[in-house]
Design a binder for this molecule. Structure first.
Ligand SMILES: Nc1nc2c(c(=O)[nH]1)N[C@H]1C(S)=C(S)[C@@H](COP(=O)(O)O)O[C@H]1N2
Ligand SMILES: [Mo]
Length: 545
């Protein structure tokens, strides 16, 4: 029997399992990971997009990431923070996969154990989501099996790249191997083995990519947009007041008074937009109530609806930021639903719970104080867009979204602030979130490079449910000048303002401040968005040509 040849495996050999080189082993690891993830995405088309290990682990990251990290993500990546998370996850996974491939070349079991560990993480993440069921484990498990087989095939199986194959003895040379591989450096590798390996890797990467994309696409087709398109919303018994003429100053660069649905900011923790079938949707009003109530979507639509203009704002909106929008909401007054459920004494908090487990806590008193707090089904004349909470969400004038605007809502639980902390509270945000009086300069901005002479300075101001009384502008810290307020529908929406500036050449600083109907003027004190909303005057520095 010939002595062990370089790279050939012998039974009982304790050396590396594979004769492949580290670079090819890394490639094998990446291909195996791609096979696993592509398969998982395909299976997730059947079990639901939120059972995809990428999405489930990403969701776990979103829910457990320390608050500063999350805010860094939002600040750096803006509304692309979710895409950034997915791309970051993919790069990290690619790195791990390459490492696993190299480890597997030494010991296949180590590589397989690595895949099993990732599968366990994916399974755990998928099964601990709010509305998980046992089938949600399938994408990770099936993906792991396929990934494991691929790893074996590329590392130690039929697709292994073996640079120095051992050729079996030929018939006419029985005693010694016919082609002794050249043991020295610089010897040429086996081109057939390499071609087989690379073709295999290319095929697996391609099939995985197509499978993954197809899985996502199929999962998307299982969405609720068709169900949404089929809905006809009832007419309100109490219509929204008409928008007064002139509420929209129609100045270039100024945010429109009504924010179109497609331009409306979106903030939530959902990596995949929850798809809630209106047919099976139920709202449970329970907890500390005398009379628990359960409503179907049809029950809700059968009730008298009101329509109101309400400006929704995010607590994460920086001074001058655009995480705010104004829409016409159609819905059922929350006050009426709560009255029916009959909250018990001490139930000072209403917890809105989304299908994905996200929660917000709203003061019961605010929901019953007569303001137009709605359980909304319509936005600007359409059923709620899926990303904005279809089929049903909350909208409460005067409170930031994180304490009031639960999307994809499925429960209203009466409890107390002492007994329950909603999603953002343990993450360092205030349990109470009334909207702070704010104002913003929309135009001019530095890139407008206005010319000297008359310049229209315009923006928006808001103090939902209190209303804006006055907006003032100043240039280069000079005296405050009163801006003109456009008419508005109600105190629950923002208001546009404008001021004519005789601009002179050079660099200037514009500042704005608003005073609400309680007489309180915005503080110049700059405060960060956490824990309960940013303060300070929006300041724009620009050069006049
Ligand atoms: N289910 C769910 N609802 C949610 C959130 C969320 O993360 N999940 N985020 C809230 C926050 S912080 C805001 S500001 C508003 C934003 O609503 P929009 O995306 O429709 O603008 O939704 C609120 N409702
Ligand atoms: Mo928010």
């Amino acid at each position: 029997m010939p002595a062990a040849l370089p790279g050939s495996r012998q039974f009982g050999d304790t050396g590396p399992v594979s004769s492949t080189t580290p670079r090819y082993a890394a490639l094998a690891g990446v291909a195996a990971a791609a096979a696993a993830i592509g398969t998982a995405e395909l299976v997730a088309a059947l079990t639901g997009p939120r059972s995809s290990p990428l999405v489930a682990v990403g969701g776990l990251v979103v829910d457990t990431a320390p608050e500063p990290v999350k805010r860094f993500g939002i600040a750096v990546f803006g509304t692309y923070d979710k895409i950034a998370l997915l791309v970051g996850t993919a790069l990290l996974l690619g790195g791990f996969a390459a490492l696993l491939g190299m480890l597997a070349a030494r010991r296949l079991t180590v590589g397989l154990a690595g895949i099993a560990a990732f599968a366990a993480l994916g399974t755990a993440a998928a099964l601990t989501r709010a509305d998980a069921n046992a089938a949600d484990a399938l994408p990770s498990l099936v993906g792991a099996v396929v990934g494991g087989v691929a790893l074996w095939a590329f590392i130690a199986g039929p697709l292994e790249f073996d640079p120095w194959p051992w050729s079996p003895p030929t018939a006419d040379s029985t005693a010694t191997p016919a082609s002794e591989p050249d043991p020295g450096p610089g010897r040429s590798v086996d081109p057939d083995s390499r071609r087989r390996f690379l073709t295999g890797v290319g095929t697996v990467l391609g099939v995985a990519a197509v499978g993954g994309v197809a899985g996502r696409w199929l999962a998307g087709r299982r969405g609720v947009s068709a169900a949404r398109d089929a809905i006809t919303l009832p007419a309100p018994v109490s219509a929204a007041p008409p928008v007064p003429a002139g509420a929209d100053l129609a100045v270039a660069g100024l945010a429109s008074y009504v924010t179109p649905n497609r331009g409306f900011y979106r903030i939530d923790t959902a990596l995949v937009v929850p798809q809630v079938d209106p047919e099976s949707w139920r709202l449970r009003i329970h907890g500390r109530v005398g009379n628990p109530v359960t409503l179907s979507y049809a029950d809700l639509l059968a009730r008298p609806m009101v329509e109101r203009w309400v400006t929704l704002a995010c607590v994460s909106n920086e001074v001058g930021g655009d995480l705010i929008g104004n829409a016409r909401w159609l819905g059922v007054p929350l006050r009426e639903l709560l009255d029916e459920a009959a909250p018990l004494d001490g139930a000072d908090q209403v917890v809105g719970r989304s299908v994905d487990g996200w929660t917000c806590g709203t003061p019961t008193a605010v929901l019953r104080d007569g303001r137009d707090a709605l359980l909304a089904v319509g936005m600007n004349g359409e059923p709620l867009p899926v990303a904005h909470g279809f089929p049903v969400r909350m909208v409460v004038p005067g409170l930031y979204g994180y304490v009031s605007a639960c999307k994809w809502i499925t429960e209203l639980e009466l409890t107390s602030f002492a007994d329950f902390d909603a999603y953002w509270v343990p993450r360092g945000w205030s349990a109470q979130g009334p909207v702070k009086t704010q104002s913003r300069i929309d135009t001019p901005r530095p890139r407008n490079r206005p010319a000297a002479g008359p310049v229209v300075v315009a923006g928006v101001a808001w103090a939902q449910h209190r209303g804006i009384d006055r907006v003032e502008v100043r240039v280069d810290e000079g005296p405050w000048q009163e801006a003109e307020l456009a008419p508005t529908v109600s105190a629950d929406t923002w208001v546009q303002w404008s001021w004519r500036w005789q601009a002179t050449p050079g660099e200037h600083t514009l500042q704005v401040r608003a005073t609400d109907s309680t007489g309180e003027t915005q503080t110049p004190q700059q405060q960060d968005v956490a824990p309960d909303g940013a303060t300070g005057w929006h300041t724009v520095t620009l050069t006049v040509a």
